[in-house]
Design a protein around this ligand. Structure first.
Ligand SMILES: [Zn+2]
Length: 152
């Protein structure tokens, strides 16, 4: 078990995104363009977690996520926590709330939707139903479970 303790290095200031479901870490890195900030990003995949079995962790040195970005994260990992780090200490732990709408990130699964083939950005209204995240398309007004909606 020792390697799980050593696998992620502490950061002085920045953000630690913890409790990401195993396998979602890469999607988050890609969506948030975390590798383009020019800062050090450390990622741990499939770390053991007492709560979750296994999880991914992302540490971003020198970057604080704003609430808008943190809430977008909830669409990928609703149970994730965002820890703000200063002087190697967690100064704030943020639980995530789903945004009300999301644009540009997802593609409508409805092949006949007007958002395809038009020069428009996708746009979805976010809701939850019995613990499941749902997205309703602004253009065709159909509702889809989050896991059926793929990223652009
Ligand atoms: Zn649509």
């Amino acid at each position: 078990m020792k390697q799980n303790v050593l696998s992620i290095e502490a950061i002085e200031t920045g953000t630690v995104i913890d409790h990401i479901p195993a396998g979602q870490g890469l999607a988050i890195l890609r969506q948030f363009k975390l590798l383009h900030h020019g800062t050090a990003v450390t990622v741990g995949f499939n770390l053991s977690s007492r709560q979750m079995g296994s999880k991914d962790i992302i540490k971003i040195a020198g970057i604080m996520l704003d609430d808008h970005a943190a809430n977008r994260l909830a669409l990928f990992a609703p149970q994730a926590t965002v820890n703000d780090i200063e002087a190697f200490k967690v100064v704030r732990k943020r639980a995530l709330t789903l945004p009300q709408t999301i644009s540009e990130v997802f593609c409508c699964p409805n092949g006949n939707c007007a958002s395809h083939g038009e020069p428009v950005n996708s746009r979805f209204y976010v809701s939850t139903h019995e613990g499941e995240t749902r997205l309703r398309c602004h253009y065709c007004e159909k509702t889809f479970p989050r896991q059926l909606v793929t990223e652009v």
